[in-house]
Design a protein around this ligand. Structure first.
Ligand code: IPM
Ligand code: MG
Length: 359
């Protein structure tokens, strides 16, 4: 099969982790007889330096014309003082919006080999961690009006949070369908004791639940959910929540599985064309040191094969290769435990090669 993949290397550790994902995809193409063409798009801080804006039209076009988009990470301290509308992160938001990828899927699953890396107590980890956060990605406070003004000698900043029932319904459907394919349990997370947008969220989820009788729907307030994720993560199967709550809870959920560096994500809308990215950021503190963990990006590439290209076997081959390398005790710095003499510390590029070699 021939596929065109738009690749955004991005900033910080972005180029390194993307190199490793491409190494793995090249191996997949070879072994399974596919042809992957890459068109590299310059987006984020790199684009600000080169074009004066984070998402130039020409680069967005490459993404919209591709079969799917694979992204490393964007942002860094260097661009902290650029105007809000020109920040590297803005490129990511505009890209998500332009691609129409409203549904962000973030798995939190403990790898048995990494259970010692979880900051949670062993007895909690042993009960199992395997859930998915379905995060609404193109609405809410991220996309409301933002403004800062001066009034009576003081600065006042405003960010508006809006959700329409259509936006809630479409993400709700994805979440119910995800739960149907998994354990049949869906937890809708909101702040309905305070926010109108959350009260509407909760109502729409309950209206929808009448169409999905095989899914058990529950509600949880977001503050309680943050607590439950560390107290007893085994209770969750699928969580559905709005954009900002999903951003926060997915970082928390990733940490309890050992390292944020391990977690991939897929973002999809109404077509097969998706945006695939690890959930971590550009980690400028370790950029250029060949230390980053490329597994989150490599697993994102696997998700792309599975969800956008219907290449189940190929995706599984990547997951198995990651499993094998972890079984053989290879670890990047974020998942390395010094006191464990069996573990072997490897660089970002070594980890990529080890995985590619096992496909
Ligand atoms: C994420 C990131 C982004 C977000 C940032 C970089 C804009 O934190 O993908 O979780 O908040 O969505
Ligand atoms: Mg985030």
């Amino acid at each position: 099969m021939k596929k065109n993949i738009a690749v955004i290397r991005g900033d910080g550790i972005g180029p390194q982790i993307i190199n490793e994902a491409i190494k793995v995809l090249k191996k997949i193409a070879e072994v399974f007889n596919h042809e992957f063409e890459y068109s590299f798009a310059c987006v984020g801080g790199e684009a600000i330096d080169k074009f004066g804006e984070p998402l130039p039209q020409s680069e967005l076009k490459k993404c919209l014309e591709a079969d799917s988009v694979l992204l490393g990470a964007v942002g860094g301290n260097k661009w902290n003082d650029v105007p809000p509308d020109k920040r590297p992160e803005k490129a990511l938001l505009k890209l998500r919006q332009a691609m129409g990828v409203y549904s962000n899927n973030r798995p939190a699953k403990i790898w048995r080999q990494l259970s010692d890396s979880s900051p949670l107590k062993k007895e909690i980890v042993d009960k199992g961690i395997d859930f998915i956060i379905v995060r609404e990605l193109t609405g809410g406070i991220y996309f409301g009006e933002h403004s800062t003004k001066e009034q009576n000698g003081q600065r006042i900043a405003t960010d508006i949070l809006t959700y329409s029932e259509k936006e809630i319904e479409r993400i709700g459907r994805i979440a119910f369908e995800t739960a149907q394919k998994r354990g049949g349990k869906l937890c809708s997370v909101e702040k309905s004791n305070v926010l109108d947008s959350s009260r509407l969220w909760k109502k729409v989820m309950h209206e929808l639940s009448k169409e999905y009788c095989d899914v058990e729907l529950s509600d949880m307030l977001v503050d309680n959910c943050a607590m439950q994720i560390v107290k007893d993560p085994s209770q969750f199967d699928v969580i559905v929540t709005e954009n900002m709550f999903g951003d926060i809870l997915s970082d928390e959920a990733s940490m309890i599985t050992g390292s944020i560096g391990m977690i991939p994500s897929s973002s999809l809308g109404s077509t097969k064309r998706g945006l695939y990215e690890p959930i971590h950021g550009s980690a400028p503190d370790i950029a250029g040191q060949n230390k980053a963990n490329p597994i989150g990006t490599i697993l994102s590439a696997a998700m792309m094969l599975k969800y956008s290209f219907n290449m189940e076997k190929e995706a599984e081959a990547i997951e198995k290769a990651v499993e094998a390398v972890l079984d053989e005790n290879y670890r990047t710095a974020d998942i390395f435990i010094k006191e464990n003499e069996e573990l072997k510390l490897v660089s970002c590029s070594e980890m990529g090669s080890l995985i590619a070699n096992r496909i």
